[in-house]
Write a new protein. Structure first.
Length: 113
């Protein structure tokens, strides 16, 4: 799984370079994000602009990451393409995750520390 990590202010931006987030990569996806949380990162922006399909295992991984962040952390997702947004809306996770159109807006949505 290819993930590019960049800093933007106090946020760690993770750009996912996979077209499909499904059961075949969900565990690697989850572990990569949990490593960052365990190393002390608690402001994450997840750029999904390259992702065109996401299944329930990837959604579960994202929920696990959100839980791992706890009350002191934040996760904002951005660049969500229409097919992925449909899955988020169908599962009502669009009400759980903060969603922004792009990285700049996502970083703006993060609570200042």
């Amino acid at each position: 799984m290819r993930i590019e990590k960049t800093e933007s202010g106090k946020a760690l931006v993770l750009t996912i370079f996979e077209k499909t987030l499904d059961a075949s990569v969900a565990q690697d996806f989850k572990n990569a994000l949990l490593e960052d949380i365990q190393s002390g990162r608690n402001r994450l922006v997840l750029d999904l602009s390259h992702v065109t399909f996401m299944d329930s295992s990837a959604l579960g991984a994202m929920v696990s990451v959100l839980k791992a962040l706890g009350r002191d952390g934040e996760l904002v997702i951005c660049g969500v393409r229409p097919p992925v947004l449909s899955v988020l809306a169908l599962t009502r996770l669009d009400r759980v995750f903060k969603i922004a159109p792009d990285q700049e807006e996502a970083c703006y949505l993060l609570t200042p520390t």
